[in-house]
Design a protein around this ligand. Sequence first.
Ligand code: COA
Length: 373
Amino acid sequence: MHIPAITGTGVFTPEQVITNEELVVAFNAYADRFNDAHAEAITAGEIAPKEHSSPEFILNASGIEQRYVLDKSGVLDPDVMHPNLRMRGDDEPGIMAEMAMDACRKALAQSGRNPEQVDLVICAASNHERPYPAVAIEIQKLLGAGGFAFDMNVACSSATFGIQAAADMIRSGSVRCALVVSPEICSGHLEWRDRDCHFIFGDVCTALVLERAEDAEDGLFLIQSTRCATQFSNNIRNNNGYLRRTRAGHMTDRRDMLFMQEGRKVFKEVLPLVSDHIRQHLEDEGINPDGLKRLWLHQANKTMNDFIGRKVMGRVPEAQEQPNILQDYANTSSAGSIIAFSKFSDDLVRGDTGLICSFGAGYSVGSVLVERA
Ligand code: COA
């Protein structure tokens, strides 16, 4: 058995930013146009008018101040309200693979590995550009990596479940060096016309290099253990599957073809699930929660993270113990906890332990216990 270690991280951050204020101006213009266009039906009580959104609500309810996106022009156009992403031809790299190149190269540079030394690529994300060929295999080819590659999707927990899959293969000896890459184009599956959730998501891509600790240089994070759990729930759902096309109706007008959630229920149900999961994971590993140097949590909602941090540590964590990035990036699905890990782990010293944890649709929760070596 080999000990798996994380030896490099990379984050691709899109250049375009949408602030809450910009987002709300666009949303309110869309709502006004909708209400004007449906004035008669609204007056007759047949449909409800669209209410205005507000930057104050967004910040208070979520802790989000802005989000990065691949294209803001479409999202901020009240007549469009979705990103304008150029569809790629079959003979050019897909958008996910393109984002992945940047994140993977940064992660490989940090780990001191060449792409040829990689023998596993997992593309772990909440949505994939196409069913096949796997985006991971395209990334493998563009990088010049060897071995094999596959896609996986566990929504917001994709990256941690991907880490467990790669770590298990490294432990058993079937692979030597793996990339777990999470290109999350959340702007593509968000309904920007829905006031309840239009502020939630942003785009990003993260990458992690995992390899045998014995092959690695200094500064690595040993993966002590991983733990994944799932429990079915409809409270976060997207029905845009390939069988839906056979149904009558205009797919693009169907609300259930994009991200939907019962935000309040998610909030209430996921909190105990995640806190209990983490505490049990730590207890089974003989780790005192108060001794954890860092919690890199999924980034969906600040109040939620504050609650989990308090519950796990048994006290209010110091800001540096539980870093948040969602004020800048918003919810980036599976990539959120990895962004936090990538940006806030350098200062840990030998022997320090920390825990990466993601959670979301499924429901799913994945935790990765690491120790600085
Ligand atoms: N601007 C202004 N007001 C808004 C608004 C907006 N954009 N969206 C909702 N509101 C209003 C609602 O109409 C409601 O008004 P009412 O009390 O008069 O009925 C009020 O604000 C509260 O709405 P609610 O949806 O209950 O807000 P919330 O406090 O639950 O916050 C979320 C919403 C989505 C931020 C929160 O539920 C959450 O983060 N849930 C978990 C999300 C999660 O982790 N999802 C996983 C995704 S992968």
